[in-house]
Design a protein around this ligand. Structure first.
Ligand code: 5GP
Length: 156
């Protein structure tokens, strides 16, 4: 029977570390840490990045315990991409974006810092550069208000 992975999983370098269930996003999924939730369904969860690179910067994650794009089962990857598109459409609507940047990093060499697979959805405006990653924590009140607007757009 298929595991949902259609191809043999490649490894990065000699040894790709296994999934750590104590990573920050796993704790958010278990409700052990707070998050500004934007969307949730059976297989995915989306919430605002605490250090946004632009207003509306959202992270979309699978509920499955995947570390990177390499170890997620196809059956969990497809809903992740579908939710990414839903969030992207809502983000453009709410933030009136001229464009959108989608980012996804794998392993430290690829720029990954939190080791639960996630997709960044970042609304963009003409002529406005992204803030550097990890530069400043956003105000919690501002994030709450943005999350409510995005959640409402996702329901409409
Ligand atoms: P990456 O692993 O793709 O480089 O980025 C991880 C992202 O997670 C960063 O954009 C960072 O701002 C965000 N981040 C790190 N810790 C937290 C947290 O506790 N809550 C939220 N909402 N975002 C976080």
């Amino acid at each position: 029977m298929s595991s949902g992975n259609d191809v043999l999983m490649p490894t990065l370098g000699s040894a790709m570390p296994s999934y750590d269930p104590n990573n920050i996003f796993a704790k958010i999924l278990r409700g052990e840490l707070p998050a500004h939730k934007v969307y949730e369904d059976e297989r995915t969860f989306a919430f605002l990045d605490i250090m946004p690179r632009a207003p509306g910067h959202t992270l979309v994650i699978p509920k499955a315990s995947a570390r990177t794009i390499l170890d997620i089962a196809t059956d969990d990857l497809v809903p992740l991409i579908k939710t990414t598109q839903k969030v992207a459409r809502a983000a453009v609507k709410v933030f009136g974006g001229d464009g959108l940047t989608i980012q996804q990093f794998n392993e430290p060499a690829g720029g990954q810092v939190v080791f639960h697979l996630h997709v960044h959805v970042i609304p963009r405006q003409n002529g406005v550069a992204l803030k550097p990653a990890g530069s400043a924590m956003a105000d919690s009140g501002v994030l709450s208000e943005q999350a409510l607007r995005l959640a409402a757009a996702l329901q409409s």
